[in-house]
Design a binder for this molecule. Structure first.
Ligand code: PLP
Length: 460
């Protein structure tokens, strides 16, 4: 047996084992930690690998790179950075850094090289695709196209829609999911989850021809979880497909594409603890296989003469040029690390810290929510501070406390405007807010520091 066939055999076995372990943790939707829109604390995870439920909840979270980062304050001191900006980009997980470091020595071109390094890198890249498919809980035949990020994934999907497709989308979407569509019906942010389902149903019922519902699973502004299972159901009842923006959801809850009957999901590596420039569009292959290639060039073709014969494989067809191999490997490593940790400890950690933050907010701080304070959410808390513009608050937090948050309108201008009020109902009159967001590396000290800082700011 040649060294390459030995390697292929080993890699195939490893890939199958990884897929099996990931798939088994995704296999039983009823016993999952993710029930879209489930009540907080409703985290259930079956007994896996001889580990009891209680032990699984205590499993340690993976370490993040940069946990000990020191940052300068305006007075010249240095303090440990309190990163409360996970919703923008999450830090790299240590296992992700390790996977990239392991892949680098053999880094090479993929798919077309005969050399050992190229074969190995190709195997790692395709294994990453397999891992991402399993992480998404997708159907076996679903395509996984590596993209740059969620924005890229949604734009790819927009290019693949059958001619005449009408997209139904809520104004509460991030711009990545609001703007790519050439023909869209935009719905006002709904006053309740039930009304979201009814409004989508009504809008889809009025559309003839191909139709697609696009909706986020977790809002990047309020963190609120959307009823994606019910929305998928009404979309299919109306003969439509559903595409879910999982940019915020995927790092914090278990994805279950097949179990929830979703047609497409999109997410970004840099929000999923894998900041190496890759994202993914996962979903039904047929529209992708029939559409014009997203990029025209090498790798997407079967044969080029006077006429071009494009690859019929949906993944190759839309990944022309040399792909972001390390980004894909990093994304897959993050998927594996999160799956190995299990969602129970991740969700518990984030819910505990989110509750601590919300309970500690002083008077004068107004939280943004579409469906009220008790609706289930990921660890995102956006707010305004009476008498203090959002930018000023964010700058004080950074320069006096070493805290990183996001301020502005979070690439969701219509939604933030709706939440704050057209006429500057926002406390600072600028139409902007501050967002604190929580993830695996967040500590109680980070939360307490933010609470102390906000008490200080409202007294100024
Ligand atoms: N969708 C949501 C809900 C987001 O929060 C973001 C980014 O903040 C995006 C899409 C766009 O992600 P990316 O910038 O990685 O394309």
């Amino acid at each position: 047996m040649s060294i390459l066939s030995i390697f292929d055999a080993a890699n195939t076995a490893e890939t199958a084992a990884t897929a099996a372990s990931i798939t088994s943790s995704n296999a039983s939707p009823g016993a999952s930690s993710v029930v879209a829109g489930a009540a907080p604390g409703a985290v259930t995870e079956g007994v896996t690998g001889g580990v009891t439920r209680a032990e699984a909840a205590d499993r340690p979270l993976p370490a993040v790179v940069g946990a000990d980062l020191l940052v300068p304050l305006a007075d010249g001191r240095q303090v440990p950075y309190a990163n409360l900006d996970y919703a923008a980009s999450a830090p790299c997980l240590e296992p992700v850094r390790a996977a990239v470091a392991e892949a680098l020595p053999a880094y090479s071109s993929v798919h077309r090289g005969a050399g050992y390094a190229s074969r190995l890198t190709t195997a790692r890249y395709e294994r990453a695709r397999h891992t991402v498919r399993a992480f998404a809980g997708a159907r076996p035949g679903d395509a996984v196209v590596f993209t740059r990020n969620t924005t890229d994934a949604m734009n790819l999907l927009a290019r693949c829609l059958p001619e005449g497709t009408t997209v139904v989308v809520f104004d509460s979407e991030h711009h990545a999911s609001l703007l790519p569509w050439s023909r869209a019906v935009r719905l006002a942010p709904p006053p309740s989850p039930g009304e979201a389902v009814r409004a989508a149903d009504r809008a889809l019922a009025e559309i003839d021809g191909p139709k697609l519902l696009v909706v986020t699973a977790a809002s990047n502004v309020t963190g609120e979880l959307w009823p994606i299972a019910a929305l998928a159901h009404v979309a299919h009842e109306r003969g439509a497909r559903i595409a879910v923006d999982a940019a915020q959801y995927a790092p914090h809850r278990r994805l279950a594409v097949a179990a929830l009957d979703l047609d497409y999901v999109a997410f970004s590596g840099h929000k999923l603890y894998a900041p190496f420039g890759a994202g993914a569009l996962v979903g039904r292959p047929d529209w992708l296989a029939q559409a014009e290639p997203y990029l025209r060039g090498g790798g997407a073709t079967r044969n080029v003469a006077d006429e071009v014969e494009w690859s019929a494989d949906p993944e190759q067809r839309h990944e022309a040029g040399t792909p972001n191999v390390l980004g894909a490997i990093a994304l897959a490593a993050a998927c594996e690390a999160l799956t190995a940790t299990g969602w129970t400890p991740i969700v518990r950690h984030e819910e505990r810290l989110t509750a601590r933050l919300r309970a500690g907010l002083p008077e004068g701080v107004r939280e943004l929510a579409l469906w009220g304070p008790d609706h289930p959410r990921i660890g995102v808390v956006s707010f305004t501070v009476a008498g203090h513009p959002a930018r000023e608050v964010a700058e004080i937090l950074s320069t006096e406390y070493g805290i990183g948050v996001r301020d502005g309108r979070f690439c969701a201008h219509p939604f933030v405007r709706a939440l704050l009020g057209e006429d500057g109902d926002c406390a600072d009159g600028t139409g902007a807010a501050v967002r604190a967001s929580i993830g695996i590396g967040t500590t109680e000290e980070h939360i307490d520091r933010l609470i102390t800082a906000l008490h200080d700011i409202v007294r100024r």
